[in-house]
Design a protein around this ligand. Structure first.
Ligand code: AMP
Ligand code: MG
Length: 487
């Protein structure tokens, strides 16, 4: 009998090679007793990684970083960032490692990255570790976002390390294996700019153009075109968040990608009662990252990216500033176009519908949802029934029925298309009480609730009998939801 040779995992070290100043070679801490908690089989297969091999002891060692393939060069990435508005010149991967880049089945370059793999020289006071619960939260929410069609980093696996982590209590430790089109952040550019080395900044920008926005290379001003592309990608991304009620919770510049993917699921949560002032994060006292502030914050973060790029935009600083400001002005119209197109689709209305008709209708609806604290996910799905002639499921969610009925009459006159609505209004989102339930159970060793939730959110538009509890808002005794950054 012949023994199959171990699979080769072809990890490139392009980031480390092209940007050594931003890449600190490092290795993962030992994991005394690695045990697989979650494995994303389709994602693994798409990356050319055999899921059965990933489950073996050797596969688990790759997923926690204690054994890396020949030729791979794990690094901690350096970046800076504005955290809650205050600038930190040196953040970087304090508890994460970029193992390297893979080419997926579609020929796309993908970072393979670990979170919770031990202290690095960027750890400052942190322990470099992560607990099972928060790593599973990232796994569940990022996979839900992906299934909703929203650009995001993906989760390949969560492996418990067998090492306890001290938070308020002792918790089981874990490593999340994450896949992303890159881990370049606004903060990466801030870091490169702060070194004063313009050639490093240029190399970083060229790397970003090559990986994410290749069209920019042919523009008259490639670095301004890179900035434009990031503005467009972020405007469209944040519009998608707003349409689905996603609150990121910690939109620091180090948590905003150049690719336009959602990254770093910390204190994130989904809205239930529609309220633009909603804040879940326990440390966001000023409401800087409240649901309704997210577009403004994205624009603010992009202004920080523009500042970092100035020396590449034009040798004359005044000219560079004028050009960057002009480009940043794209954000609001781009955001409005993306949001309006998405909201027209949610309402089953044609893309060509006149703004003069659409805008007041949409504004009035949001005011009604906010006034009655309506669960917007349930409402938009129920609106599909209303388009088919049964408005009762939608009416049940409201107190002010007279106003709602008036709105419904105007909306129905536009002949909304119910089937199209069902393809864009999810039934299942990772509701906060269900996420908590799944994480608590998994921390105690019971993975049933986690798998139930993952099954529901993996096909969010496809209503299935038996999954009613995944479509319902939190019971009243769940109370006000708070999320924590101490992950
Ligand atoms: P985050 O808010 O998770 O995006 O993290 C912000 C910064 O804190 C990054 O530089 C992280 O690497 C670092 N960090 C967060 N948690 C830890 C930890 N437990 N140990 C070391 N560094 C951490
Ligand atoms: Mg981060």
């Amino acid at each position: 009998m012949s023994v199959a040779p171990p699979p080769t995992v072809a990890l490139d070290d392009r980031f480390a090679r092209e940007l050594p100043e931003l890449a600190l070679p490092w290795q993962a801490e030992d994991a005394p007793d690695p045990r697989l908690i979650a494995l994303n089989v389709p994602l693994a297969a798409g990356l050319g990684l055999d899921p059965d091999w990933l489950r073996t002891p050797e596969g688990l060692r790759l997923l926690v970083g204690t054994s890396v393939p020949d030729g791979a060069r794990p690094v901690a990435q350096a970046y800076a960032g504005h955290q809650f508005g205050g600038y930190s010149p040196r953040l970087g991967d304090g508890r994460a490692l970029l193992l390297g880049e893979l080419v997926d089945g579609d020929g796309r370059v993908r970072d393979l990255h670990l979170k919770g793999s031990g202290r690095t020289p960027f750890a400052r006071g942190g322990d470099g570790l992560a607990a099972v619960g928060p790593m599973l939260r990232e796994y569940v929410v990022s996979e839900a976002m992906h299934a909703l069609g929203i650009p995001t980093t993906r989760s390949l696996a969560v492996v418990a390390t067998g090492r306890p982590v001290r938070r308020e209590t002792l918790l089981p430790g874990a490593v999340l294996a994450r896949v992303a089109s890159s881990h370049l952040r606004v903060g990466s550019f801030q870091y490169a700019r702060a070194t004063g080395d313009v050639e490093l900044l240029r190399r970083l920008a060229d790397h970003a153009i090559g990986r994410h926005h290749p069209g920019a290379a042919d523009a008259e001003r490639p670095y301004l075109a890179l900035f434009d592309a990031v503005v467009d990608a972020q405007a469209s991304l944040v519009a998608r968040w707003m349409l689905v009620g996603f609150v990121h919770g910690v939109m620091n510049t180090d948590n905003m990608t150049i690719s336009g993917e959602t990254i770093d699921y910390g204190p994130c949560a989904f809205l239930e009662a529609f309220d633009t002032a909603t804040v879940y994060s326990s440390i966001d006292h000023g409401g800087r990252y409240a649901y309704g502030n997210q577009p403004l914050v994205a624009e603010w973060n992009l202004a920080r990216l523009a500042e970092a790029l100035l020396p590449l935009i034009d040798d004359d600083e005044e000219r560079a500033i004028t050009l960057a400001v002009e480009s940043l002005r794209r954000f609001r119209p781009q955001y409005d176009v993306a949001w309006s197109a998405g909201m027209r689709a949610k309402l089953g209305l044609p893309a060509e519908l006149d703004d003069a008709v659409f805008s007041p209708l949409a504004d009035e609806l949001l005011a009604l949802l906010e006034a009655d604290h309506v669960d917007s996910t349930s409402f938009f799905r129920a609106l599909g029934s209303a388009a088919r002639g049964d408005a009762e499921p939608a009416r049940l969610l409201f107190l002010d029925l007279a106003s709602l009925d008036g709105w419904l009459e105007r909306w129905r006159a536009l002949e909304p298309e119910a089937d199209a609505m069902d393809r864009v209004n999810p039934v299942y989102i990772p509701r906060n009480h269900l996420v908590e339930e799944a994480l608590d159970a998994a921390t105690e060793g019971d993975l049933e609730p986690l798998h139930g939730l993952l099954d529901a959110v993996a096909a969010p538009y496809d209503e299935r009998p038996g999954l009613e509890r995944y479509a319902a808002p939190a019971p009243p005794d769940f109370g006000a939801y708070r999320t924590f950054c101490g992950t």
